[in-house]
Design a protein around this ligand. Structure first.
Ligand code: GLC
Length: 495
């Protein structure tokens, strides 16, 4: 395979800026593709929380012009001292440098339009021509639009294809018309698909534009790729996705298998692996101790690390916790932050069931590792889950997942259903009763150590590494080039 130049854009990338799974994937996938031979480079904004001096950044470009709303703004470009992959940062004081957070500013539309446009222009000034640009989420969704319009006859970009990845259709980037003026594409108007939700055709859905203009669209699991073509999961954009289904692919997320390895993880009380699980008992005892749970080696310990939001299934989970604590032989170790309503409910349960339910109200990666290692069962009752990474880590650490059969959870957790040993337990439909029943089923099997071990081993030896995704993306990058489109999808845009 000839090597390609791939520019990978994500608004968050670990260890520099992170709010969720996107940052983990954006850290692992480009590196894995690069190891396979393509020249992958990544680029994100230099947010205020990223200190270039402390991190030893160097200036890659001092100052370059970026077209912005009939005018030109100036940007700079930093590079991190990473020996494995070039990581660039767009410097702009007003939009990024002077602020602490990543998102949720009133001018997010302007900010990410600027970041996207500056990323393109930076490559021109570096004289590094991308064969494919891999965009992620709404923050970078205007790039496919520009490449097929504004940059279509630009010799530097005229051969560049775009792969656009949806990590969560729930965050679309909805803005008013002004964002098109800023982007210099006001004359193209709104999306005007006859079947699109009426609420969406008088505003700019950045995600929607990414979908209609990209050469290839991907999402983070095959099941989610199917689900988003239905009204139930399509967030109003399912008609666009159905139109483009031949260019829509589900590529399962993976994790960095070296960074998540129970045989070699300094956060754990004892190492273990799929051949010798004895260290896991020590991890369980240590977790019970650390979180204030009673020392009960036999009781099934159920772990959960999550944002506390409805998407993650907290509405049904909360209804099930109290009956489970009253009636079942379980303990719960729950970690995460989010909706204050769920914080209160969990804190209340912790108080009323001391030693049985422990709640750590913020995200802490070290504790997360100990929860995967110390738990017998890992719960992920998400209402929908495009990909999901926590169930992969849990499986690798021998915590048997109990999940709602949706999206990436459905694709990675195989139900224990004799004679199928499986890698966990799935439930459907999405309701408290089905979740409770799956938990009861898992606890019943947990009483049989031999069967339980077999499930654990299956889960632990499943290939959950990002390398399979990297191989698929290399093929999709080549496909995007051969399927590269030119011109505007007229049927979809008002003129
Ligand atoms: C989003 C999705 C999650 C996925 C992650 C990385 O956070 O909600 O399911 O694993 O992106 O792709």
């Amino acid at each position: 395979m000839d090597a390609l130049n791939i520019l990978y854009l994500s608004a968050e990338i670990l260890p520099y800026a992170a709010t969720g799974g996107l940052a983990q994937v954006a850290a692992a996938l480009p590196r894995a593709v690069r190891r396979l031979g393509d020249d992958v480079r990544v680029i994100l904004p230099r947010y205020g929380l990223i200190d270039p001096d402390r991190l030893g950044f160097t200036r890659a470009l001092e100052r370059f012009p970026v077209p912005f709303e009939n005018d030109v703004l100036w940007a700079g470009l930093w590079q991190a001292p990473d020996p494995d992959i070039p990581i660039y940062f767009i410097e702009h004081q007003r939009f990024f440098g002077s602020r602490q957070g990543i998102y949720s500013f009133p001018d997010d539309g302007e900010r990410f339009v600027f970041y996207s446009r500056a990323s393109l222009e930076a490559m021109r000034h570096l004289n590094w021509r991308p064969d494919v640009i891999h965009c992620n989420e709404w923050q970078t969704a205007l790039i496919p639009n520009w490449l097929r319009t504004t940059y279509q006859d630009d010799p530097f970009f005229s051969q560049t294809a775009v792969v656009y990845t949806i990590h969560n259709l729930g965050y679309q980037g909805i803005f008013g018309h002004r964002v098109l003026q800023i982007a210099g594409i006001a004359q193209q108007g709104f999306i005007a698909h006859p079947d699109i939700a009426p609420t969406l055709n008088q505003v700019v859905s950045m995600m929607g534009r990414g979908i209609i203009f990209a050469d290839i669209i991907t999402t983070v699991s095959p099941s989610y790729a199917r689900e988003i073509q239905t009204p139930k999961f399509g967030e109003g954009l399912d008609p666009l996705l159905r139109d483009r289904r031949e260019r829509l692919f589900g590529v399962l997320n993976g994790i960095d298998a070296n960074a998540w390895n129970p045989a070699d993880d300094p956060a754990l009380a004892a190492p273990f692996d799929s051949d010798d699980l004895s260290g896991k008992a020590a991890c369980k005892a240590a977790l019970q101790q650390e979180m204030g749970l009673s020392q009960e080696p036999e009781t099934a310990l159920v772990g959960l690390t999550s944002r506390l939001t409805e998407q993650k299934g907290f509405d049904i989970l909360i209804s099930v916790l109290e009956p489970a604590l009253r009636l079942l032989p379980v303990q719960f170790a729950i970690m995460g932050s989010g909706d204050p309503r769920y914080h209160h409910q969990l804190a209340d349960l912790q108080q009323r069931y001391p030693g049985r339910l422990a709640f750590h109200p913020s995200y802490d990666e070290t504790l997360a590792r100990r929860i995967y290692a110390g738990s017998d069962i890992f719960l992920m009752p998400s209402r929908f889950e495009p990909g999901g990474l926590d169930q992969l880590k849990a499986m690798r650490y021998g915590a048997v997942p109990v999940v709602h059969a949706t999206g990436g959870l459905k694709d990675t957790v195989i139900d224990h259903h004799p004679p199928e040993v499986g890698t966990g337990f799935r439930f459907t439909p999405y309701d408290g009763m089905a979740l409770y029943a799956a938990l009861v089923r898992a606890l019943e099997i947990h009483r049989h150590p031999d069967i339980w071990r077999a499930i654990q081993r299956n889960a632990m030896t499943r290939d959950v590494s990002v390398d399979a995704a990297a191989r698929s993306y290399r093929q999709l990058y080549r496909r995007a080039r051969s399927l590269k489109l030119t011109g505007r999808p007229d049927a979809l845009i008002n003129s």
